[in-house]
Design a protein around this ligand. Sequence first.
Ligand SMILES: [Zn+2]
Length: 497
Amino acid sequence: MAKTQQIIRGALLTDPALRRAQAADILIIDGAIAAIGPPGLTAPEDATPFDAANTVVHPGLINAHMHSHGGLARGQGDKWTLELLLAAAPWIGGGRALADKKLSATICAAEMVLKGCTAAYDLFAEFPLPTREGMDAVAEAYAEVGLRAVIAPMVADLSFYQAIPGLLDALPDALRKAAESLRPGDGAACLAAIEDIARHWSWDQAGIRLGVAPTIPHHCTEGFVRGCARIARANGLRLHTHVGESKVQAVAGRRLYGRTLLQQMHQWGIVGPDFTVAHGVWLDDADMRLMAEMGGTLAHNPGSNMRLGNGLFPLRRALDLGVTVGLGTDGANCSDNQNMYEAMRYASMVSKGQTPRIEDWAGVDEVYRAATQGSAAALGFADAGDIRVGAKADLVFLDLHAINWIPHNWTVNQLVHAEDATSVRHVMIGGRQVVRDRVLLTVDLPRLARAAEAARERLEAANAQVKALTEQLSVVVGSFCPGLAASPYHVRRYLAE
Ligand SMILES: [Zn+2]
């Protein structure tokens, strides 16, 4: 079979070891980087030239944690804690037809690639149970847009109301009955559905893999978590769970298990190199050491953590304790964009904003590594997150004439602190041009907007009743949960030591 060969000339190549990116040519053969060298690099005669003059090239950013079911729920809430968001989930994500699921994923995938992201770890929820058609529809969306991904059905066998100790008892009788109607599907049926999805998964060749995401430890029974881990490991799938995202969760974990949520997950045999903790705001030092020891990864979502009032993740401490940290945006229903440049900027700012002791700060090179190599480790993509020979040609070209680069002093610093995705000129994924001269080649955006607007209108009407119910429930959630978070239980944090 004839090889596809491209030679990229004229770009400045980002290298965290250098203050300023240096000119380099890149040879791509069959979607992978075959050679990198100084300008004038020898290339086969029939290699297609790609003129990248006046650009700086960096490896595609990788989103280590997001939820594409949130694509249609962008901008729905304002003063929402995590618990109020979970209470609102039935109306902001309810009543979805198969086409809505694909539409929601397409919106997120399109936004990510337009903003310099080439792969994502997507925890996708279907209610009451995950389905083969649903997961295929999400995979189809990524394949059509051109992104690589890990897609994990996000699952639980207990409802939010069952998961928070004391919350059901705090509800008036009529509301307690109504809350019971919001239960997820049966655990055994859910595990059978995941096995069915795994058995029929056909997207690996497109760079789209399946994962499994038991959503939050105490939203799952022990047997259910163990079942998820068993299926994942029998099929070589990655595992991903929100652990210690909010203080409410950390307190609930202590009350339910007498130990931290991560220690409980470890007891259940899920913590390992294939396991990603999302958020981890409330992990203590012992938890972090356990993550490092077991070789797991952590997806840090600074935007969502602030948006939902969950606290400030100690990035420096996590890195010092040996944790592999990736970066994510979290869902469009809680962050609300899918902008990995913003995630990098927030990660740096949140680290620096917690203390004036600069030795406790993360540097721009570490934040940049988290958004590339750290996230790649979370997805289990060994051939992503770096521009080196043998890696996939997942490349983002930024326009050096865009205002963020005038002047160009320190490449990685400006990537983290100055870039906001408005300089993204071209994006290549596996050597395929997905964005060219700022235009997304794979999706008709006006058409996408029309479809989304029609879906929004229909879903708003369809979910009106469940919205009214969840608003009543939210009154109790909004007063009960902050009370739980204010309880004396205190997670030991290094800044307080
Ligand atoms: Zn999440």
